[in-house]
Design a protein around this ligand. Structure first.
Ligand code: ADP
Ligand code: ASP
Ligand code: MG
Length: 455
């Protein structure tokens, strides 16, 4: 059986028209397993509702919940209006009931959060997952209208994780076992539709895999099922040399290696969740990134090895970064100083994007999160600490060193007067990172991209 795991993101799930397009794509496959995100904007709205409830603004939070309900009911109504079905009343009824029940649960979670006066990570996940819980059920019902034997499968039954709320780690062994049930569904001719992004901890509470986590759900299932391919359907025709939303001359890449795609995702290319490629890589499953709105466009194929002939493969950037510098009180602390710094980072499970060190100081570029203040306090024990927020990180990825002649000059002249706070380069990893002011990140990225690719 040739199994394809197809994932459709928020923009693909925007309204009844895109739902139809999604279902038309699904229809073309013999044995698809479908993973869907929440409808566009919903996750962000849910997160906001959770925060409002914690700030004692329950009424506003409940209004958001109601708006989500109304919007989803409308999508299904419009879908049924445009795609007549004998089962219309039945489907409409079951959709309304399901959405009503989910929103009822959401309202309870919000009320609980208001009472608690704080949004616990566990509550936050339960709330944030509601978008996928609702969208996956409704899309499966709409599939029936088009004659597809869609079957909604509750993600919690498949995606088993630890209890690290907000960025739960999948239990691959259990997921492999649970995916056995999907095979049975496929064998009976049904198409499973599963909500991405969330799963279940051992104590049966809801967890999430981190923002943009639906991509990861798809690859976890694809890996467990040894799928023929995993296809990430989105709103652009593949992985580009730079974010096409900001970099007008960015070009789609036909092929990429798992390694380079992971680096791009890690350094800000939102088109893929950074963990997506791991399960695929383990079983050598190709991952495609394809455009929902231009299904004929080739897209990008991500495979084990892909030789490229370019000086540079791509450019990624991310904002909301910070630079933290710790300068040791005592010089000549050597590795014990670095050990202290890195063990604190480990304690807080903080990933670092770039590091520069001298004998008695270390400068780290990392995402600006609430933990940063706590971290700075801890570092005061070993040295002077400075934190600069409001930074952006630009990463030039896949630099082929023997072709770098002249490239660094071009990059630096493209940077012009941009104030650069930090530079790091790793020959082995073929990456150059620049930290600049957040407000200059996009312009500097555009200029560097142009210098590299259109010269
Ligand atoms: P989905 O809702 O389908 O998950 P996302 O918004 O998460 O879609 O990802 C698609 C978006 O990723 C694109 O619209 C694009 O703006 C952004 N993006 C960032 N970097 C890249 C890149 N290198 N190639 C393609 N898209 C990128
Ligand atoms: N809906 C989730 C998010 O916005 C997961 C996803 O879309 O992949 O992060
Ligand atoms: Mg995404």
């Amino acid at each position: 059986m040739q199994i394809y795991v197809l994932k459709f993101g928020g923009t693909s799930m925007a309204d009844h028209k895109t739902w139809k397009q999604v279902l038309e794509i699904i229809k073309k496959y013999e044995h698809p397993i479908v993973v869907v995100s929440a409808t566009a904007r919903t996750t962000r709205q849910l997160v906001r509702a959770g925060k409002l409830a914690a700030q004692d603004k329950l009424e506003e939070a409940l209004e958001i919940a109601d708006e989500i309900k109304v919007r989803h009911n409308k999508i299904v109504e419009d879908f049924l209006e445009e795609n007549p079905s004998e089962k219309k009343t039945l489907i409409l009824d079951s959709c309304r009931k399901n959405t009503e029940a989910k929103i009822g649960k959401l309202n309870k979670l919000l009320a609980y959060t208001q009472k608690a006066g704080t949004l616990s990570p566990q509550m936050s996940d339960a709330i944030a997952s509601m978008g996928e819980q609702i969208s996956s059920y409704l899309l499966a019902q709409c599939g029936l209208v088009l004659g597809i034997l869609t079957q909604h499968i509750e993600a919690r039954k498949i995606i088993k994780t630890d209890a690290e709320y907000g960025r739960a780690n999948p239990n691959r062994l259990l997921i492999n076992q649970k995916c056995g049930s999907l095979e049975t569904v496929l064998e009976s001719g049904f198409t499973p539709i599963i909500g991405g992004f969330y799963g279940e901890a051992p104590d049966k509470t809801v967890t999430t895999l981190g923002f943009e986590g639906s991509d990861y759900t798809a690859s976890l299932i694809g890996g467990a099922m040894s799928a023929t391919a995993i296809e990430i359907w989105t709103d652009v025709s593949g992985v580009y040399t730079g974010d096409p939303r900001y970099i007008p001359d960015a070009q789609p890449l036909l092929e990429l290696s798992y390694y380079d795609a992971t680096e791009m995702a890690y350094f800000g290319a939102k088109v893929l969740h950074p963990s997506t490629l791991k399960p695929a890589q383990e079983r050598n499953i190709p991952v495609w990134v394809k455009n929902m709105f231009e299904p004929e466009a080739e897209g990008t194929r991500i495979v084990r090895s892909s030789d490229h002939n370019r000086e540079v493969l791509a450019l990624s950037f991310k904002t909301e970064m910070a630079i933290l510098t710790v300068s040791a009180y005592e010089t000549l602390m050597g590795y014990s100083f670095l050990t202290k710094v890195f063990s604190s980072l480990k304690d807080h499970q903080l990933a670092v994007d770039a590091v520069n060190t001298t004998e008695a100081s270390v400068t780290i570029a990392l995402s600006d999160t609430e933990v940063l203040d706590q971290l700075s306090k801890e570092f005061i024990e070993i040295g002077h600490v400075s934190v600069e927020r409001g930074k952006g990180l630009i990463s030039v990825i896949g630099c082929t060193i023997d072709k770098m002649d002249g490239l660094s000059g071009r990059i630096f002249s493209a940077l012009g007067n941009t104030k650069v706070d930090m530079i790091s380069f790793t020959k082995e990893k073929r990456i150059v990172n620049f930290v600049v002011d957040e407000g200059e990140t996009v312009e500097a990225s555009k200029a560097i991209h142009q210098a590299i690719f259109t010269g």
